[in-house]
Design a protein around this ligand. Structure first.
Ligand SMILES: [Zn+2]
Length: 89
């Protein structure tokens, strides 16, 4: 099953980088991993086979539909992890 991608992973990673800076969350690998897994577990996966022409347009419209959910879940995850980080402050 080569070339099957969960696009939600890519989007969560993308928004996580932006939102961590905006909210001023911890940027260490441990926290990022926790935020990433926490957010992904609360979002529906979106699997696609290798993106080609037509699929890219579909991807963009799907991304717009799920964008709010992603922002909400990633923000929640950042807040949760920064209250209780997996390391000493
Ligand atoms: Zn940290």
């Amino acid at each position: 099953m080569d070339n099957v991608i969960n696009y939600m992973e890519i989007w969560v990673r993308e928004y996580m980088e932006v939102l961590i800076e905006k909210i001023d969350g911890c940027q260490c690998d441990k926290c990022k991993r926790d935020i990433y897994t926490l957010a992904l577990n609360n979002l529906k996966p979106y699997y696609v086979a290798t993106p080609l022409g037509k699929i890219m347009a579909k991807l963009e419209s799907t991304k717009q539909q799920v964008e709010t959910d992603i922002i909400v879940q990633v923000t929640k995850a950042i807040n949760k992890v920064s209250i209780n980080p997996n390391h000493d402050r």
